[in-house]
Design a protein around this ligand. Structure first.
Ligand SMILES: NC(=O)c1ccc[n+]([C@@H]2O[C@H](COP(=O)([O-])OP(=O)(O)OC[C@H]3O[C@@H](n4cnc5c(N)ncnc54)[C@H](OP(=O)(O)O)[C@@H]3O)[C@@H](O)[C@H]2O)c1
Length: 247
């Protein structure tokens, strides 16, 4: 497998920055890790299983890029705490945290909002919302001034666009992730850390499926834009491409 070439602009360099990306073994997380490493970042690729991250890291190394791997299940506080300790021990700080790990369960794709299986909702929130909360809570204390937290969200959580009832657990998880992005941004702004979320498009990944239209490297380009955009008071925004969009 080879990831498409996406040009890295001179204004979007991450040289010597420490970036942590969850769900880095495949899909959009792998594309973000690759693009960040091409932009000069020291990227910590986090996967549920170290072997999965190691296979993905080999792809980056085959391009001559540096790639570090670590393992964490974002549904476990203990696992996330171990990850944070290990990254802090090796690097001392983090500049960019990307909360990308996510699930859209098959049961949810078939579930109607008027016949909800709370177990499906719980399993979805545990990764998509609580996972991001666990990661932010563990990493925020050692994200440096000028740092970024980027949450990978979805327009399926966009309240202003209405809903057709599809994927109720996933939609709720992303709407809640957007709300969390705003509140986290308000607090971390005082430490000059910006927090944003973005819609990656309908990306060709296991989650997006074969009919999806967006190359995951295009999704990664938005993450790189958010990781390198100039410091601003306008933080806690929801983005699509390079434009803020309505919640
Ligand atoms: N693809 C799209 O069209 C699309 C559209 C809008 C938003 N998004 C969002 O983009 C993000 C990435 O999606 P994708 O399309 O790349 O999906 P994907 O190909 O299904 O990859 C999901 C990633 O999340 C990881 N993950 C799941 N549960 C985890 C857990 N408990 N702990 C740690 N990692 C876990 C998976 O690890 P394993 O390999 O171990 O399962 C995998 O690396 C998600 O947040 C998704 O909601 C995607």
């Amino acid at each position: 497998m080879q990831l498409s070439r996406h040009p890295v602009k001179a204004t979007e360099r991450l040289d010597d920055k420490v970036a942590v990306v969850t769900g880095a073994n495949r899909g959009i997380g792998l594309a973000i890790s690759t693009l960040f490493a091409r932009a000069g970042a020291r990227c910590v690729m986090v996967a549920r299983h170290a072997s999965g991250a190691e296979d993905a890291a080999k792809l980056l190394r085959s391009e001559g890029l540096e790639a570090e791997v670590d393992a964490a299940d974002v549904t476990s506080c203990e696992s996330v705490r171990r990850l944070a300790d290990s990254v802090k021990r090796r690097h001392g700080w983090v500049d960019v945290l990307v909360n990308n790990a996510g699930v859209f369960l098959d049961e949810d794709r078939r579930m109607s909002p008027d016949a909800v299986d709370l177990g499906v909702v719980q399993r979805t929130l545990d990764v998509n919302l609580y996972g991001a909360m666990r990661m932010a809570t563990a990493f925020a204390p050692f994200i440096r001034a000028g740092g970024r937290i980027i949450n990978v969200s979805s327009t399926m959580g966009q309240l202003s666009d209405g809903s057709d009832g599809y994927g109720p657990a996933y939609s709720i998880s992303k709407a809640a992730l957007n709300a969390y992005t705003q509140s986290l941004a308000a607090v971390l702004q005082k430490r000059e850390v910006m927090v944003d979320c973005f819609h990656p498009g309908w990306a060709k990944t296991d989650m997006g499926g074969p009919r999806a239209t967006v190359d995951p490297m295009e999704s990664a380009a938005t993450a790189l834009f958010l990781a390198t955009r100039p410091a601003s008071d306008r933080t806690g925004l929801f983005w699509r491409g390079r434009d803020p969009i309505a919640w």
